[in-house]
Write a protein that binds this ligand. Structure first.
Ligand SMILES: Nc1ncnc2c1ncn2[C@@H]1O[C@H](COP(=O)(O)OP(=O)(O)O)[C@@H](O)[C@H]1O
Ligand SMILES: [Mg+2]
Length: 1037
C-alpha cells in the first residue's frame, strides 16, 4: 500500500491540473484540444478572467490579462509559495515564471531576458515591477545586496515620474522604452543593474492631446513640492498657471496622487545616490521648463518676435537674461566671415522655444538614466549572469497617429520578429535534440513589414531621412509623395492618393496607412520631418552652454560635435538602438510575458471579446500555440510519464525493471496508443493530441480510485464494523496529506539543490585556499573539513584496543587535535575494556602477561600462542591413573599436560603425562611415576628460540642414582611453562637458547639437543649422536 499511496502522491504538475480542467478552464493552452480555434482560446481566457485567474500558460509563455483591480496574489506569502517550485506545479503566476528564470539562470549559469509585450495599458510595466519585487524578496540577501536591491526597486518610481504620463490608454503610460539588466552573482545575489532607455516621447513636454498629461514629475513638483522649494523655484502651487501642463485639460486625475508620488520620488532620489545639489539642479531644470513654456512672444512692427518685457522672466539655469532673450528670438547664421543674427517670426520663436524645452527635458532624462546606472553599477569584475527585463512601449493606435506612434509600432514589429525567430528556433531545436522530425508550421511572418519600414534605400526610414537631409524645399507632403512613388505597390502600405474609393473615405489627404502585424494604423505625415530632424538651433545650444546648472552643463557639452556635420536623425538613431537591443536579446535565453487588455475603459470585470480577440491575434498567441503544438501537444520526460501512469499496465506496476523509455513503450502499447498519436524522442514522449493524454489521465483517475478502494478494503478488514463512508473520507484525507507532504518534500529537495550550488562554489574556493592561513575564503571550508573529519572519525573509530593503529589519518589542520583525541579515546577504550572483563578473564590475561614477558620477541612461535586461551588443565582428573592420583593427591595437582618424552638412550619418543603439583613435577606413564622432580632440584628449563615445542628440564643431580635431565615435547609449551612458573615461581630459570642445548643424561654423561629451522619439522638422532630438532621457519611463512 506504500506503493499505492506513493503513486497517488507523486503528483505531477500539468497532469495534476488536468482533473480541475473543467472547473477553471485549463491552465495551459497547450492542452486545449481545439487549439486552432480562437473562440476556444477566448473562452478559456474569459472563463479564467472572471474567476480572477488572470494568468494562463502556453507552455512556458505567460499570458496575463490586466484585471484593473488589486488582486490578493502578490503577497510575501505568495512569493514564498512560488519560490523554488516546479513551474507547472502551482497555478500559473508571474512569480512562477520569474522563479523559473532565476533558477534556470543559476543552474545553467547563462543569461536570460523576459520580454514583456502587449499594447499600451495591458499591464507590462506592472508585470515588470512584480518580477523585480519577486527577485528583491527571493534573492539571497546581505546588507550590501539589500542596498543594491533597494536601488533597483527605487529606480522605478523615479524613472516613472520622469518617463511616464497619463495617456488615453493608460494613466501611467511609459513614454520611453526600458530594458533593465539585473546582475546576479553565482550565488544568486542581486549585485547590480543597468538600464537602457529608448526614445523618450519628448514632444509630450510641449504638447499633450486632449485627455492626456505631461510627464508626471511636473505635476508632482507643483502639487507636492515643499513651500520653500516652490518659492525658490518661483513656482505657484497651481498647474493651471503653466501652459505646458494644461493642454490636455486634465491636470488633475482621480487615479493619480501627485502629492504622495512626490514624496516617493524624493525618498527614492536620496536612496539612489542623488546629492542635495543634484536634486536642486534637477528640479531647477523642471521648473525652468515650466517657466520656458510660459514665455510669450509679441510681434514688433516688422513682424519679428520680441519678448514681452513686462513679464518677469523666471529662469533658473543661470544664464544671463539678455543671452537667453537673444537666443529665443534670433537665429545665428554663419556668413562667409562673420556671424549674423537673423530675427525670428513669432511662430518661429515659439517653435525654437519648444525645441529648447524638449531638448532640455530629453537630455536631462538621459542624464537621469545614466545617474541611476552609476548608482546601480556593480564594481567588482567577477563574472555575473543577468536577467534582462524588457518593458517597452506597446503597440499604439490613437485617432491621430504621428511620428512617435510610427517609431513605437516599428519597435513592436521588430520585437514580434524577434519573438518569431526565437520561438520557432527553440521549438525546432527541441525537436532536433529529441530526434523528431520537424514539421513546418504556417505562421504569419512580419518580416515583410519590418522590411517595408527599415530596408536600406527603399524603406520608409530611408525615404524619411532622405527628405530630411536633401537640399531644397522638403516638406512632410513631399515625403508622402516620395513614399507613394517608391513603395506605392506594397501590400502593407496605402495612402489617400493610392487608395481605392472605399478606403479613400477613411483617409485624409496627408495620411498614409500601414498594415502592421497588429492591425492597421493611419499616420498623419504632418510633423514627421521636424520630429525626425529634431533640430535645435545652434544658438540654442550655445545659450545652454553658458548655464551654471551642473546638469545642463553636462548635457550640453562644449565638445559636442559641431553642428556643421548633421547629427543622425531621430529615426535612424532609434533604428540603430533597436538593432543593438536585438543583439542584446539574441544572445540571451528568452522568456515571454504577453499582456492583454480586457477593455478600453480600464474597468475591472469587463472582458471585451472583440478587443481581446484582436490582441490574441496580433500578439501571435494562436501562432505560438500552433508552433508549440506543431503536432505535439504534450511532452514529458519518460521517467515522469512512467512514474505517473505505471499503474495502468500490469507489466509496469508496481515497478518497472528496464529503462523508463522501454517502460513507457510497454505502457502505451498496453493502452493502445496508435502509431500516429505519439512519437518517442530521445528523452521524452511526445503526444500529438490532448485527448490522448486526457484519456490516459481519466483512466489513471479511475485506476487510482480502484487502488484506493483496495486500501480501503484492507482497512475494513481491521475494523469490521467501520463505517465505509467515514473510511473513504479518511482515505481522501490521508491522500491529501500525503500529497502535501510529498510536495513539501519535493520543495525542500529543490531548495536544498539550490543551496548546494551556493555551497559548492564556496567549497571550491575554500579548497583552493585550504593551505593558506585562515581567511574569509577558507574559514567555511576548513570548518567543513573539521566537521567532516570528526564525523568520519566517529564512524571509523577503532573497535578494540588492538586496532588502535587503524586511527583515521587526519587532515593537516587536525593533526594535533587528532593526536589528543586518539590518546583520550584509547584511554577510554582501555578503561572500558578493563571494566568489562570478568575475574576469570582477568586471571587468564595475567597469565598471558607472564607468558609474554617470558617469550615475547624471544621465541618464534610465541605469537601464535597469544590467541589460544589457557586452560586449567589439559588432562582431567579422570584421565590420570587412580594409583598416581592416590600417590600425589596430597600435594594438590595443579596442572597436567600430555608430553612426548625422548629417551635418554636413543632418543625414542614416548607419550607421557606431565603433572605439576604444588611441590614437584611428575612424569607419569599410566600408573607409574617415572620421575619426580622436586621444584627445589629443578635448576633450569631450556627452550629454543625457534618454533619447536621442545623443553628441557634441567635437574640438580648430585645423586648418581637419580635420573638426569628431561627432554620433552609439549603441544602446550607456553601454557605449561607459564603454569610451572606460577606454581613453582621459576621465571628466572627458564631460558630461551639458540642452536644447541647441553643436558645431563646422567650425572657425568652429557647429551645435546640441536635446534635448527628447515622446510619441514622433523626430530631425529643425528650422526653425531645429538638429538636434531628441525622446525619450520615461521618467519618465512
Ligand atoms: N497585475 C495587475 N494587477 C492590478 N492592476 C494592474 C495589473 N496590471 C496592470 N494593472 C493596472 O493597469 C494599469 C496599466 O498597467 P501598465 O503596466 O502601466 O500598462 P503598460 O505598461 O502595459 O502600458 C496599471 O496602472 C494598473 O492600474
Ligand atoms: Mg508601461
Amino acid at each position: 500500500s506504500d506503493l499505492v499511496t506513493g503513486q497517488i502522491g507523486s503528483d505531477g504538475n500539468m497532469e495534476a491540473s488536468l482533473t480541475a480542467r473543467d472547473r477553471v478552464g485549463i491552465q495551459d493552452f497547450v492542452l486545449l484540444d481545439a487549439y486552432t480555434s480562437e473562440s476556444a482560446f477566448l473562452d478559456n481566457l474569459r472563463k479564467r478572467f472572471h474567476e480572477n485567474l488572470i494568468y494562463t500558460y502556453i507552455g512556458t509563455l505567460l499570458v496575463s490579462v490586466n484585471p484593473y483591480k488589486e488582486l490578493d496574489i502578490y503577497s510575501k506569502k505568495q512569493m514564498d509559495t512560488y519560490m523554488g517550485v516546479n513551474f507547472f506545479e502551482l497555478p500559473p503566476h508571474i512569480y512562477a515564471l520569474a522563479d523559473n528564470v532565476f533558477r534556470t539562470m543559476l543552474s545553467e549559469f547563462n543569461n536570460h531576458f523576459i520580454l514583456i509585450s502587449g499594447e499600451s495599458g495591458a499591464g507590462k510595466t506592472e508585470a515588470s515591477k512584480k518580477i523585480l519585487q519577486f527577485y528583491a524578496v527571493s534573492c539571497p540577501s546581505t546588507r550590501l545586496l539589500n542596498n543594491v536591491r533597494d536601488r533597483l526597486l527605487l529606480s522605478n518610481p523615479v524613472l516613472e515620474a520622469f518617463g511616464n504620463a497619463k495617456t488615453l490608454k493608460n494613466d501611467n503610460s511609459s513614454r520611453f522604452g526600458k530594458y533593465m539588466d539585473i546582475q546576479f552573482d553565482h550565488q544568486g545575489g542581486a549585485v547590480g543593474g543597468h538600464i537602457l532607455s529608448y526614445l523618450l516621447e519628448k514632444s509630450r513636454v510641449v504638447h499633450q492631446n486632449h485627455g492626456e498629461r505631461n510627464f508626471h514629475i511636473f505635476y508632482q513638483l507643483v502639487e507636492g513640492g515643499e513651500e520653500d522649494l516652490l518659492r525658490w523655484l518661483g513656482l505657484e502651487r497651481n498647474c493651471q498657471h503653466y501652459s505646458y501642463l494644461v493642454q490636455g485639460d486634465c491636470a488633475k486625475v482621480s487615479s493619480i496622487n501627485d502629492k504622495s508620488d512626490w514624496r516617493t520620488v524624493r525618498k527614492a532620489l536620496s536612496v539612489i545616490d542623488f546629492s542635495e545639489s543634484d536634486t536642486e539642479h534637477l528640479f531647477g531644470i523642471i521648473a525652468s521648463v515650466l517657466h520656458l513654456g510660459n514665455i510669450k512672444f509679441e510681434a514688433d512692427v516688422r513682424g519679428y518676435a520680441t519678448l514681452n518685457n513686462n513679464q518677469e522672466m523666471h529662469w533658473l539655469l543661470g544664464i544671463p537674461a539678455h543671452v537667453l532673450q537673444q537666443g529665443l528670438t534670433h537665429r545665428k547664421i554663419e556668413a562667409k566671415t562673420e556671424e549674423v543674427f537673423s530675427p525670428f517670426s513669432v511662430d518661429h520663436a515659439v517653435y525654437a522655444r519648444d525645441a529648447l524645452a524638449k531638448a532640455i527635458y530629453g537630455r536631462t532624462f538621459n542624464w537621469l538614466v545614466n545617474k541611476i546606472n552609476e548608482s546601480l553599477a556593480n564594481k567588482d569584475s567577477s563574472r555575473k549572469t543577468v536577467i534582462g527585463l524588457l518593458d517597452i512601449y506597446g503597440f499604439e493606435v490613437f485617432s491621430v497617429n504621428s511620428f512617435e506612434q510610427f517609431c513605437i509600432n516599428y519597435c513592436n514589429e521588430k520585437l514580434q520578429q524577434l519573438f518569431i525567430q526565437l520561438t520557432l528556433k527553440s521549438e525546432q531545436e527541441e525537436y532536433e535534440m529529441e530526434g523528431i522530425e520537424w514539421e513546418p508550421v504556417p505562421y504569419f511572418n512580419n518580416k515583410i513589414i519590418c522590411d517595408l519600414v527599415e530596408e536600406k534605400y527603399r524603406g520608409i526610414i530611408s525615404l524619411l531621412d532622405e527628405e530630411c537631409l536633401r537640399p531644397g524645399e522638403a516638406t512632410d507632403l513631399t515625403f508622402l509623395e516620395k513614399m507613394e512613388e517608391k513603395i506605392g505597390g506594397h501590400p502593407h502600405f496605402v495612402s489617400h492618393k493610392l487608395a481605392d474609393q472605399k478606403t479613400r473615405k477613411t483617409l485624409e489627404r496627408g495620411d498614409f496607412r500601414l498594415l502592421h502585424y497588429a492591425g492597421e494604423v493611419t499616420y498623419c505625415v504632418v510633423g514627421f520631418l521636424d520630429k525626425n530632424n529634431d533640430l535645435l538651433y545652434r544658438n540654442g545650444k550655445e545659450v545652454m552652454r553658458q548655464s551654471k546648472n551642473a546638469i545642463i552643463k553636462h548635457c550640453f557639452p562644449s565638445t559636442e560635435p559641431d553642428s556643421k556635420k548633421r547629427p543622425e536623425t531621430v529615426v535612424t538613431q532609434f533604428k540603430s538602438s533597436l538593432v543593438g537591443l536585438t543583439e542584446i536579446l539574441m544572445s540571451k535565453e528568452p522568456w515571454y510575458v504577453r499582456c492583454i487588455k480586457p477593455n478600453e475603459a480600464k474597468q475591472p470585470g469587463r472582458f471585451d471579446d472583440v478587443l481581446v480577440r484582436h490582441q490574441v491575434k496580433y500578439l501571435g498567441l494562436m501562432e505560438h500555440l500552433r508552433v508549440r503544438r506543431a503536432g505535439f501537444a504534450y511532452r514529458r520526460k519518460y521517467e515522469i510519464f512512467l512514474q505517473r501512469y505505471k499503474p495502468l499496465c500490469p507489466d509496469t506496476w508496481p515497478n518497472w525493471k528496464g529503462t523508463a523509455a522501454e517502460g513507457v513503450q510497454r505502457l502505451i502499447k498496453h493502452l493502445g496508443y496508435k502509431s500516429d498519436e505519439y512519437k518517442m524522442g530521445r528523452t521524452k514522449i511526445f503526444i500529438r493530441h490532448p485527448r490522448t493524454l486526457f484519456a490516459t489521465e481519466d483512466a489513471f483517475q479511475v485506476c487510482k480510485h480502484k487502488l484506493a478502494t483496495r486500501i480501503q478494503a484492507k482497512y475494513k478488514g481491521y475494523r469490521v464494523k467501520g463505517d465505509f463512508l467515514k473510511q473513504r473520507e479518511a482515505a481522501t484525507k490521508i491522500e491529501t496529506c500525503w500529497r502535501g507532504l510529498m510536495a513539501r518534500k519535493e520543495r525542500e529537495k529543490r531548495a536544498w539543490a539550490v543551496t548546494c550550488l551556493f555551497i559548492c562554489s564556496r567549497f571550491i574556493k575554500g579548497f583552493m585556499t585550504r593551505n593558506q592561513p585562515a581567511c574569509i575564503d577558507n574559514t567555511e571550508y576548513l570548518a567543513y573539513v573539521r566537521q567532516s573529519y570528526l564525523t568520519r572519525l566517529r564512524e571509523n573509530l577503532p573497535k578494540t584496543v588492538l586496532e588502535k593503529d587503524s586511527w583515521l589519518t587526519p587532515p593537516p589542520i587536525m593533526q594535533e587535535v587528532s593526536q589528543l583525541l586518539k590518546k583520550i579515546y584509547i584511554r577510554h577504550m582501555v578503561r572500558k575494556y578493563i571494566r568489562g572483563i570478568t575475574p576469570l578473564r582477568k586471571a587468564q590475561l595475567m597469565l598471558k602477561e607472564q607468558t609474554s614477558s617470558m617469550f615475547k620477541g624471544k621465541k618464534e612461535n610465541y605469537p601464535f600462542s597469544v590467541c589460544r586461551p589457557f586452560m586449567d588443565t589439559r588432562i582431567s582428573a579422570e584421565d590420570i591413573n587412580i594409583k598416581v592420583l592416590q600417590m600425589i593427591r596430597h600435594e594438590q595437582i595443579k596442572y597436567s599436560v600430555p608430553v612426548v618424552k625422548y629417551d635418554r638412550n636413543g632418543f625414542r619418543p614416548r607419550l607421557r603425562q606431565l603433572i605439576f603439583t604444588l611441590e614437584a613435577a611428575y612424569l607419569v606413564e599410566e600408573a607409574k611415576i617415572k620421575q619426580r622432580i622436586d621444584y627445589s632440584s629443578l635448576k633450569g628449563v631450556s627452550v629454543s628460540n625457534l618454533s619447536d615445542n621442545f623443553l628441557i628440564l634441567h635437574v640438580t643431580c648430585d645423586d648418581i642414582k637419580q635420573k638426569g635431565d628431561l627432554v620433552l615435547q609439549c603441544d602446550y609449551l607456553f601454557e605449561a611453562l607459564t603454569k610451572l612458573n606460577v606454581i613453582a615461581n621459576k621465571q628466572n630459570c627458564i631460558k630461551v637458547v639458540q642452536g644447541s642445548v647441553r643436558f645431563d643424561i646422567q650425572p657425568g654423561r652429557e647429551g645435546f639437543v640441536d635446534f635448527k629451522s628447515g622446510q619441514e619439522s622433523m626430530v631425529y638422532r643425528a650422526k653425531n649422536g645429538h638429538l636434531m630438532v628441525v622446525s619450520t621457519d615461521f618467519r618465512q611463512c
